[in-house]
Write a protein that binds this ligand. Structure first.
Ligand code: GTR
Length: 421
């Protein structure tokens, strides 16, 4: 009998510990007391005092994020060819000019194609451009009938009428509430968007599909996950932008929502050509402090999305306190460039307070570099943005990108790039 009980105990143990990962805490009183790694202290305990010191400390932090969180990008031995597949001089009744550019990634006989949809104001040469992935295809971001839809794998989605992992006409314009392109262009900004699944389809496929199949390296516990692959893809779009005479590559703003907000933070940290980074509701693995274990946790995200991060990240499932970094240091990697973090009041899964505190604890790096960090240590009221070189707002409502969010990002970017308001 005793043997049977022991046997049954060990049988259910993995289930119990798995279930533990799934129980989200939403009670502030149950947030553990924690000590964050000090962003301005070297791994060996000495203090970071000068800008030069920061360059070395930045490398330390970057390497930890690479090897323990997002994964290392292997050497790219292929090449990328860009082709303009369509151009329209008078999109939206003449407000914008539009381009679709195909990037063909090739390595030997292996190929992956990615479509970039670009809207620019007529007077475009100096326009800051929001570069942002979309979730379901370029055609979902606009009502224009001739924008191409992806032929790569897309997630099934009832709202978009997708049942066979293929995009179809029902999705056209289905995400326009998140893409106020006319307003964006009217304010003097451009938009460049790419369906993220063109770079890597978002399911656990053992890295056999998407861009990873074009790399030859063997995988280990530090190998890149999908977020690093999506970030790498953004840098390749940046390579294209550098060649486009209608665009100014020094004014590219990385913007991303949710998993793509995590992606934009890592892309901004990895590639200093991005002039500004916007993280919309990025939560766990993005802007939210992991040690708070509030809402989504490291264990939960690694269980639900085992392909997003490197395998080493799984060491911290239920053990966030052992992480050699926390997410305020991800924001600090973007310094001195501006970064905007936004939360939604009902999006507790993404831990708004943890997102706010990351901004607070990243601020000393901005200050060391002579920039203003977040101007307050007190969480602001709803819809009352705080803006230094780090900016933050929390708005009412759910996990989403709203016209209000865009308005805040454009106000912030207009100030930074000195656009007329
Ligand atoms: C959720 C995930 C979040 C966030 C979100 C999204 O399921 O738990 O981390 O990334 O998806 O991307 O919409």
């Amino acid at each position: 009998m005793q043997k049977l009980v022991t046997f049954l105990f060990f049988l259910v143990l993995p289930w119990i510990s798995n279930a533990q990962q799934f129980v989200a805490n939403y009670d502030e009183a149950k947030v553990p007391v924690f000590t964050l790694p000090d962003v301005l202290v070297f791994n060996n305990g000495t203090l970071v005092k000068t800008k030069k010191d920061w360059d070395r400390r930045r490398n330390e932090i970057y390497t930890i994020f690479e090897k323990e969180v997002f994964g290392v990008v292997p050497e790219w031995k292929g090449n990328v060819k860009s082709t303009i597949v369509s151009q329209k001089a008078d999109a939206f009744g003449g407000i914008a000019k539009r381009k679709e550019v195909r990037l063909d990634f090739m390595n030997g006989d292996r190929k992956v194609s990615v479509m970039v949809l670009i809207y620019l104001p007529q007077n475009s040469k100096n326009a800051p451009v929001f570069l942002s992935y979309n979730f379901d295809g370029n055609h979902t971001t606009t009502l224009e009938p001739d924008v191409l839809m992806p032929d790569s794998w897309v997630a099934n989605n009832k709202t978009f009428g997708i049942e066979d992992n293929r995009a179809n006409e029902k999705g056209r314009g289905a995400a326009v509430s998140r893409w106020p392109i006319i307003e964006i262009v009217s304010r003097g900004f451009g938009v460049a968007t790419v369906y993220y699944g063109d770079i890597d389809p978002d399911f656990d496929d053992g890295f056999k599909n998407g861009i990873q199949k074009l790399f030859d390296s063997k995988r280990d516990s530090t190998s890149w996950g999908s977020i690093a692959a999506w970030s790498w893809g953004l840098s390749r779009v940046m390579d294209y932008i550098e060649t486009d005479k209608d665009m100014n590559a020094e004014r590219v703003i990385m913007m991303g929502h949710s998993r793509l907000g995590k992606t934009s933070l890592w892309a901004g940290a990895s590639d200093e050509r991005f002039a500004m980074v916007v993280s919309n509701n990025s939560g766990c693995g993005g802007a939210a402090l992991s040690r708070r274990k509030f809402g989504e946790t490291v264990g939960r995200i690694n269980t639900a999305f085992p392909h997003w991060f490197c395998d080493n990240y799984k060491k911290y499932n239920l053990k966030e306190e052992l992480m050699p970094v926390d997410q305020h240091e991800l924001l600090a990697l973007i310094a001195p460039r501006p970064v905007y973090v936004a939360s939604a009041a009902e999006d507790l899964w993404a831990d708004p307070k943890g997102e706010f505190l990351s901004c607070v604890f990243a601020s000393p790096v901005y200050e060391l570099l002579g920039m203003k960090g977040l101007p307050s240590n007190v969480m602001p009221a709803l819809s009352s943005p705080l803006a230094g070189t780090i900016a933050y707002h929390i708005r009412p409502g759910k996990h989403d990108v709203t016209p209000y969010d865009w308005q805040c990002y454009m106000d912030f970017a207009a100030d930074y790039f000195k656009l007329k308001k």
